[in-house]
Design a protein around this ligand. Structure first.
Ligand SMILES: [Zn+2]
Length: 151
């Protein structure tokens, strides 16, 4: 049983991270375990920092993915890798609604602040799609830090 109303941060509840517009039925079946929940909490705090800096309604397009959902995304040609941090609850694709700023500015702030005190391990900016993939480190499954812009 998943408590989707569980609050992860000021602006987000767990249910916000268990979504997928392309595969809503698979998203309904998502059941993160305790480790993945703890990762989602760390991730939500990073997103909260971004929301404080860039006020908007930050919608999660894709958060935690189990292997079934991740594979469905891959088959559909969506940006999803086999070792995606989404599988650990460590990554989310976020899109601002109603903010008065350029998304590139957000990306640059995340990149620069990750060198100071923002615990971001992945930030991939998709300007054409209008979202940013944000990831925190999974110390149990080390991956290379990547902060970059994609088309
Ligand atoms: Zn992503």
């Amino acid at each position: 049983m998943v408590e989707r109303n569980r609050r992860l941060s000021k602006h987000h509840i767990l249910g916000d991270f268990l979504v997928d517009d392309t595969f809503p039925d698979l998203a309904k079946r998502l059941v993160p375990d305790e480790v993945q929940l703890a990762n989602l909490e760390r991730l939500a705090l990073v997103i909260e920092r971004i929301a404080e800096q860039f006020p908007a309604q930050w919608k999660v397009l894709s958060g935690y993915r189990d292997p079934v959902l991740n594979e469905a995304c891959r088959q559909a040609g969506l940006p999803a890798s086999l070792d995606s941090l989404h599988l650990d609850g460590c990554a989310a694709d976020i899109e601002p609604h109603g903010g008065e700023f350029d998304l590139e500015t957000v990306y640059e702030w995340v990149r620069d602040t990750s060198r100071i005190d923002l615990e971001v391990h992945e930030a991939v900016f998709y300007p054409l799609k209008g979202f940013i993939h944000i990831g925190v480190e999974n110390k149990k499954r080390p991956t290379a830090k990547r902060i970059l812009m994609r088309t």
